[in-house]
Design a protein around this ligand. Structure first.
Ligand code: PEP
Ligand code: MN
Length: 354
């Protein structure tokens, strides 16, 4: 990380960037109100920090040991940017003062189903509509989402999805399951979701980041927090800082019945909010895997400081084609929204790490 002097000229900044690039690294230039900070992207051992410190206009050149630095609060602090990034999508602010509720079906099943649920979640207090068009499934024999039937079917479902978003005034988010879907999906949606199973796919992360749209990025169920944040850095290194981190449960411990699909790691919320300026949300639906726990886990998520929730809602959960056991009704979702709002009010806007 290179901290430039407050009176460093543009030419001096450019000269430092060029020097970094000739050593085979990339530079992330962050121009704050008071000073410019340059983050190094790549193997820092390729360059001498003593050499960088001598360049004109450089105040300090320091090696940063953490595997993620561009997303660190320290980086934001140095450049004078906010230590809590607010991601604006339409009229919705993610990471701002208000809680954000993202809701909708696990999978888009039909136009009628989608519109019914979109109307229900909007009335209940959702600000963003979710719905899977390409579903990651364990079995090739189960419903793969409408996108699984082919490009025409995927396009049609994406059109309904945007239409529902427009009709009920909600930005929309859907998951891409692989690189081949990125161009198509990015044409339609407001936020691109990278699912838990793809957390480690660095080529996919880079490709999605380059679309320049906000990304809802889920933690893999076997990933440690440092690992999750390190992979998030791949997207910020592509100059896309609009990353929403999502905790959605990690693998349960031990043998025998585990009672939940995954174990919701609540502490990950305050921990990540201390480490990074990116907003953190929780998905209680995939963590619990059962509808009777969604209310409690949502309340707990807000209590630990999550910026928002992504919840699976279906007008007729029992009939849902995917994840029937964990979807809740719009009425249940409404109760959850009201309870979460009260908890948020009780804890105030005090955020983790100040
Ligand atoms: C989803 O949100 O539809 C989903 C499949 O979640 P996850 O990637 O967390 O399993
Ligand atoms: Mn699901």
């Amino acid at each position: 990380m290179i901290i430039m002097k407050s009176d460093a000229t543009q030419e001096q900044v450019s000269a430092v960037v060029k020097d970094i690039e000739t050593h085979g690294l990339r530079a992330d230039v962050s121009q704050g109100d008071f000073r410019t900070v340059i983050g190094l992207i790549g193997d820092e051992r390729k360059i001498s920090f003593d050499h960088l410190a001598m360049l004109p206009g450089v105040k300090e050149a320091r090696m940063v040991e953490t595997p993620y630095k561009l997303i660190s609060r320290e980086y934001a602090r140095l450049t004078g940017e906010s230590e809590h990034r607010i991601i604006k999508v339409g009229n919705v602010e993610i990471g701002g003062d208000k809680l954000v509720f993202i809701a909708g079906p696990c999978a888009v099943e039909s136009k009628q189903q989608l519109f019914k649920i979109a109307e229900g979640v909007k009335k209940a207090g959702a600000q963003v509509l979710r719905g899977g068009i390409f579903k990651p499934r364990s079995s090739v024999h189960s419903f793969q989402g409408l996108g699984g039937a082919g490009e025409d079917e995927a396009t049609e479902a994406l059109e309904w999805f945007c239409e529902a978003g427009d009709r009920f005034e909600m930005p929309v988010v859907t998951e891409i399951r692989g690189e081949s879907q990125v161009d198509l999906v990015a044409k339609y949606v407001d936020i691109i979701q990278i699912g838990a199973r793809n957390m480690y796919d660095q080529d996919l992360l880079v490709k999605v980041a380059r679309m320049g749209k906000p990304i809802l990025y889920k933690r893999h169920f076997g990933a440690g927090i440092e690992e999750f944040l390190s992979f998030a850095e791949y997207m910020v290194a592509e100059d896309n800082k609009d990353i929403i981190l999502c905790e959605r449960g990690i693998l349960p411990l031990g043998k025998g019945k585990s009672y939940t699909r995954y174990t919701l790691d609540l502490a990950a919320v305050p921990v990540m909010q201390k480490e990074t300026y990116l907003p953190v949300i929780i998905d209680p639906s995939h963590a619990a895997g059962r509808r009777d726990l969604i209310f409690s886990l949502s309340c707990a998520s807000v209590a630990v400081g999550a910026c928002g929730l992504i919840v699976e809602v279906h007008h007729n959960p029992a009939e849902a084609l995917v994840d029937a056991q964990q979807q809740i009704t719009p009425d249940e979702f409404k109760e959850l929204v009201m309870a979460c709002q009260s908890i948020r009010q009780a804890i105030g806007n005090k955020r983790n790490g100040g």
